[in-house]
Design a protein around this ligand. Structure first.
Ligand code: FES
Ligand code: FES
Length: 192
C-alpha cells in the first residue's frame, strides 16, 4: 500500500513539474554541415559533416568500421589510415580536411580474397590476437615498407611506435612485418 501511495505521489508530482525544455532547447541550432568529397580505397565518397567532426567519426559513420576507435586522442594508433599515402591518426584529423584527398584503410591494402603479404604474414605468424589494433598496425606497417622495403627490426619498432597492442607483446608483429618485407622483396626480385 505504502508503495502504491508513494507511486501515486510521485506520478502526481511529475505531472506538476515545470517544463525544463524552455529557452535553452529553443535556442539550440544544429551545427552547420559542410559537403565533403573524397576517395576511400579507390571509390568516390560524398558526405556532409559539421566542421568539428573527426575523420574517424566520418569514416565510421559512412560504414568504414575497419577504422577502429580506440582512444580518440592520438595515443593508440587503432584509427590509422593513409591520407594521400601518409599514415595519420584519423581521430586527430578533421573530416573536412579529407576534401579532395585519397584515404586508404586496411581494406584498401588487401582483401580477404587477395591478401597483401603483410596481412598474410600477420595471420601465418600469429600476430593477431583480439585483432583490435590490427587494422591500424597493418596500415602503419604498409607505410613503413613503402618507405623502407627492408627495414631492420629496430626500424620496424620505430615504424609502429605509434600503434599500441595490448595482446601480443609485439614480437610476433615485428616478425610478421619482417617476413612480409622478405616476401615482398623476393617476389619483386622474381618479377624483375
Ligand atoms: S583512436 Fe585514434 S589514436 Fe587512438
Ligand atoms: S591483438 Fe589485441 S590489441 Fe593487438
Amino acid at each position: 500500500m505504502a508503495t502504491a501511495t508513494k507511486k501515486k505521489k510521485a506520478a502526481g508530482s511529475a505531472k506538476k513539474a515545470p517544463a525544463r525544455t524552455s529557452k535553452r532547447a529553443a535556442a539550440y541550432t544544429p551545427p552547420k554541415k559542410f559537403p565533403i568529397s573524397f576517395r576511400v580505397n579507390g571509390s568516390e565518397v560524398r558526405a556532409e559533416a559539421p566542421a568539428h567532426t573527426s575523420l574517424l567519426y566520418l569514416l565510421r559513420d559512412l560504414g568504414f568500421t575497419e577504422v577502429k576507435n580506440g582512444c580518440e586522442a592520438g595515443d593508440c594508433g587503432a584509427c590509422t589510415v593513409l591520407l594521400d599515402g601518409v599514415a595519420v591518426n584519423a581521430c586527430c584529423v578533421l573530416g573536412v580536411q579529407a576534401e579532395g584527398r585519397e584515404i586508404t584503410t586496411v581494406k584498401g591494402i588487401g582483401t580477404v580474397e587477395n591478401l597483401h603479404p603483410i596481412q598474410k604474414k600477420f595471420i601465418e605468424l600469429g600476430a593477431i590476437q583480439c585483432g583490435f589494433c590490427t587494422p591500424g598496425m597493418i596500415v602503419a606497417a604498409y607505410e613503413l615498407l613503402e618507405k623502407k622495403p627492408r627495414p631492420s627490426r629496430e626500424e620496424i619498432k620505430a615504424g609502429i611506435a605509434g600503434n599500441l597492442c595490448r595482446c601480443t607483446g609485439y614480437v610476433k608483429i615485428i616478425d610478421a612485418i619482417e617476413a612480409a618485407a622478405g616476401e615482398m622483396a623476393s617476389s619483386k626480385g622474381r618479377k624483375s
